[in-house]
Design a protein around this ligand. Structure first.
Ligand code: GRF
Length: 207
């Protein structure tokens, strides 16, 4: 069987994207998927240079000034060039349109730097820092039509004991994210989460 093709969507630094790329080359994702392209919604996303340095095909699909639906249409058009099997969000800071979810039902994955049940929003580590949490969770989940509401695939604990600054929280969190995301994607591609995939997909089949 040919391994699934994935498109990775980023908005910023791209450290999760890089961890996934490295896992496809020398880690748990080896032979389990092929990265077709890296798409950024911002032309200044530092992750673009990172992706190019890794030899990947990159595209900018600018989101500035566009609402969720209009941007979703642009993304769909761009993705059509590669017809990926999965869309992997790695620090992608736009809400995914319902058209996109319908086009890839149960096949869009995201990593969230908090427990999605406790915090939905863009700054999970800032949220943990403000509350001076002694630990937090990172979550890998399927994307549905809500914001950070899709079925959880995996969660991993991050100890924040002694983490005095947000930078330190981010550092500890990313270390966990980088390992967790590739592990979880490997499980997804191996078919471990068919129930969760079917839950998202069934909503769209009912139309
Ligand atoms: C990560 O903390 C991820 O959980 C969140 O956005 C951040 C992206 O970081 N969704 P990077 O661009 O992968 O370095």
């Amino acid at each position: 069987m040919t391994p699934p093709r994935i498109a990775v969507l980023i908005s910023g630094r791209g450290s999760n994207m890089e961890a996934i790329v490295r896992a496809t080359r020398e880690g748990i994702l080896r032979d389990r998927c092929a990265i077709s392209c890296v798409i950024a919604n911002r032309p200044d996303a530092p992750g673009l240079a990172r992706a190019r340095a890794l030899g990947l095909t990159t595209r900018v699909v600018p989101s500035k000034g566009l609402g969720t639906r209009a941007y979703g249409r642009r993304l769909l058009a761009a993705l059509a060039e590669w017809h990926p099997d999965y869309v992997v969000l790695a620090g992608f800071m736009r809400i995914v349109s319902s058209d996109l979810v319908a086009a890839y039902p149960g096949r869009i994955v995201n990593i969230h730097p908090a427990d999605t049940a406790a915090y939905q929003g863009p700054d999970g580590y800032g949220w943990a820092a403000e509350r001076r949490l002694s630990e937090t969770l990172v979550t890998v989940h399927l994307v549905d039509e809500g914001v950070d509401t899709g079925p959880v695939l995996r969660q991993e604990r991050v100890s924040l004991t002694g983490a005095e600054t947000k930078d330190e929280i981010v550092r500890r969190g990313l270390a966990v994210e980088h390992a967790l995301y590739s592990e979880c994607l490997a499980e997804l591609f191996d078919g471990r989460y068919e129930d969760a995939v079917a839950r998202v997909a069934s909503r769209w089949r009912r139309g």
